[in-house]
Each structure stands twice: as structure tokens, then as C-alpha cells.
Design a protein around this ligand. Structure first.
Ligand SMILES: Cc1ncc(COP(=O)(O)O)c(C=O)c1O
Length: 348
């Protein structure tokens, strides 16, 4: 079975397992785990921030960020299909008492004018003050699309002008950095806080980083305890993170090339895919024009094609995601199996 459901499907490589086995560990709650400390130091530098905190998941990183950047009753703005709004179980309301408002996005991006239009006057005693913006880069629901740096700069400038905080959900920030040939620090340094997930394209079994100023990361460390994320000999998994930063960043370009190659093959076979929209490691396939309900499409792909794809927030779009465990041979096999399973005849 070729698993293209998500880049979370990766298993640790043999070399990563060896790095895990060699890990020097200690009590990370006491800041005595040298491997966690090293990963946090590397993470801060990578993300263009003063400090970083190692966490079990990117969801926890996002939720701690929101908690330390806003007060209960404040309003948060994010793209309407963003992970913090759609896929974190109402966490902004549950954990931080935030009011949320979704902004219509194009390719996962929204404009400073939308933030200005949504911004609520803080002097009123009746409305929630608009305090926080979340940017997701790459954006998951739009198919791994990238926020160009100049748009980020304009968004951050608007937030500063309006005295608002801004968080980057950079779960897949390294995909954006590699694909746009922009150092991650150049992107991350503009934000108050940055989430980076280690268990997606970077190939770790688990783990995420939250980065920000020393002052904010002191608060985040308290949040980590509060949320139950403070661990003990966590260096055993943080070692995978250090290994990934050394070995699994530049290779993301291979995932991106494979996603493009798969898209080209599917397009040549007559399937509704758009190469223009493939900026990183996601391929979005619209089964609507084929007249196949998406669950049936996914079943046929699994049973007749031996390929696993997954649903998206869009009712007729399914996605294929390339990652560390997807080889060139897998792309070749999927290029043949997907049109065949969906009953589309190759034109070539
Ligand atoms: C954009 C984005 N942010 C955050 C997360 C949450 O990651 P985790 O599963 O590590 O909590 C995901 C997971 O898919 C994601 O796509």
C-alpha cells in the first residue's frame, strides 16, 4: 500500500533510530536534558527567535501560543479553513477563552485589508477586542500553499499598527522555506510566536517546537506544564528532532519534486489536478468532475489501486501528500494506479 494520506505517515529511518538510541538524556522539566536543550537552541535559531520550547505536538504548540498572546474574551482572526479554527476541537475557546472569526482565504491567504475591516474598536465596552492573527504557512487546507514573504511582512506591519499579536502556525514552515529558497528564520523572525512540527515532513515520530522571545517562552514553559506537556527524559525523542534538522530539511525539495511529477502524470492521464497550485508536497485531486463521490473514490483507490489518499475540507477534493517514505518508484506506481482505479483512461 502506498500511503499518500499525509506527511504524518513517516516512520523513523534506521539512522534516526540510531540517533535516538545514542541520545544523552536527563529531566527536561528541570531543563537537565541536554538533547532537549540542544533541540530548543537549534529551533530558536532556525526560526529566527530568541528561545524555543519543545512540545509533544503542533496542536499543543499552537494552543499554548494563543494562550500566552491573548486574554479571555479577546478575538482571534485566522483563515476560515485554518488548522487552529477547524481542526483543534475549539481549543482557542476551550483553553484560552478566545472568540474566533474566520476570514475568507485565497490559497490559504488573506489580506491586510481584511484584517483592518474585521478589526473591532477596542474603546467599545461591548465588543471583544481583536487582539490576535494566525497565519498558517504552508497552508494545509489549500493544498500546501505558501505565503510569500512580502505578504507576511505586510500582514505583520498591519498587526503592529493595530497593536495586535501575530502567531505563525508553521507546522510545515520548512516546506515553505525550502520551496521558496528563503531561510526559515527570515520568515519566522517577523512573528511573536512560531510553531514548527517535527513529525510531518521532517520525519520524527513526534514533537514540535514553539519559538518566540525569552519573555514569551518563559510563559510558554508554564503553559507546557499547565497543558500537561512537560516531560521527563524527552531527549529520547528530541534526538530525532536534532537528527531531522541536520538531515531532513534540504531533502524536502525531493518531496516537492515528487508531488509535481505525480501531478504531471495525473494531468496527462486526464485527471482534474492543477500543477499551478502544487507549490510544496500536496496534490489536490478534484473527483467532482469525474462524478465519483469522494468516499467511493478513496475506497477504489485503496482497493483497486493500492494507494491511500485522504479527504480535505473541500467536499469533492481528495489529496495525495508526498513525504520521506514515498519513493520515485511509489510515484511511478501511484501515477499508473490512480487513473486506473478511478476509471480514467490515459491519453498518452
Ligand atoms: C497546519 C497544521 N497545524 C497544526 C497541526 C497539528 O499537528 P499535530 O498533529 O502535531 O498536533 C497540523 C496537523 O496536521 C497542521 O496541518
Amino acid at each position: 500500500m502506498i500511503d499518500l494520506r499525509s506527511d504524518t505517515a513517516t516512520r523513523p529511518t534506521q539512522a534516526m533510530r540510531e540517533a535516538i538510541a545514542r541520545a544523552v538524556v536527563g529531566d527536561e522539566q528541570k531543563r537537565e536534558d541536554p538533547t532537549v536543550n540542544e533541540l530548543e537552541r537549534r529551533g530558536a535559531e532556525l526560526l529566527g527567535q530568541e528561545a524555543a520550547v519543545y512540545l509533544p505536538t503542533a496542536t499543543m504548540a499552537n494552543q499554548i501560543a494563543l494562550r500566552i498572546l491573548a486574554e479571555p474574551g479577546d478575538e482571534l482572526l485566522a483563515e476560515e479553513n485554518s488548522h487552529v479554527l477547524l481542526s483543534e476541537l475549539g481549543g482557542p475557546a476551550v483553553h484560552s477563552g478566545l472568540v474566533t472569526r474566520g476570514l475568507r482565504g485565497v490559497a490559504g491567504r488573506f489580506a491586510p485589508e481584511q484584517v483592518r475591516a474585521a478589526y473591532r474598536d477596542r474603546t467599545s465596552m461591548h465588543v471583544s477586542p481583536t487582539r490576535l492573527v494566525v497565519v498558517e504557512n504552508t497552508n494545509n487546507s489549500s493544498g500546501g500553499r505558501i505565503w510569500p514573504l512580502r505578504e507576511i511582512e505586510a500582514m505583520v506591519a498591519t498587526c503592529r499598527e493595530l497593536d495586535m499579536r501575530i502567531h505563525l502556525d508553521g507546522a510545515r514552515l520548512m516546506n515553505a522555506a525550502v520551496a521558496s529558497a528563503t531561510p526559515a528564520a527570515e520568515i519566522g523572525r517577523h512573528f511573536d510566536t512560531v510553531t514548527l512540527c517535527l513529525s510531518k515532513g521532517l520525519g520524527c515520530p513526534l514533537g514540535a517546537l514553539l519559538a518566540g522571545s525569552e519573555e514569551l517562552m518563559l510563559k510558554a514553559r508554564r503553559g507546557k506544564h499547565l497543558f500537561g506537556g512537560a516531560m521527563r527524559q524527552a531527549g529520547i525523542v528530541a534526538a530525532a528532532g536534532v537528527y531531522a534538522l541536520d538531515h531532513h530539511v534540504e531533502r524536502l525539495a525531493e518531496d516537492h519534486a515528487r508531488a509535481r511529477r505525480l501531478t504531471e502524470s495525473l494531468a496527462a492521464a486526464g485527471l482534474p489536478v492543477d500543477l499551478e497550485q502544487v507549490e510544496t508536497n500536496f496534490v489536490q485531486l478534484d473527483v467532482g468532475p469525474l462524478g465519483i463521490p469522494r468516499n467511493e473514490a478513496l475506497d477504489r483507490l485503496r482497493d483497486e489501486g493500492g494507494v491511500l489518499l485522504s479527504t480535505t475540507v473541500h467536499p469533492t477534493i481528495v489529496r495525495a501528500v508526498t513525504h520521506l517514505d514515498v519513493s520515485d518508484a511509489d510515484v511511478d506506481a501511484a501515477s499508473e494506479a490512480i487513473p486506473r482505479a478511478l476509471g480514467v483512461l490515459a491519453r498518452v
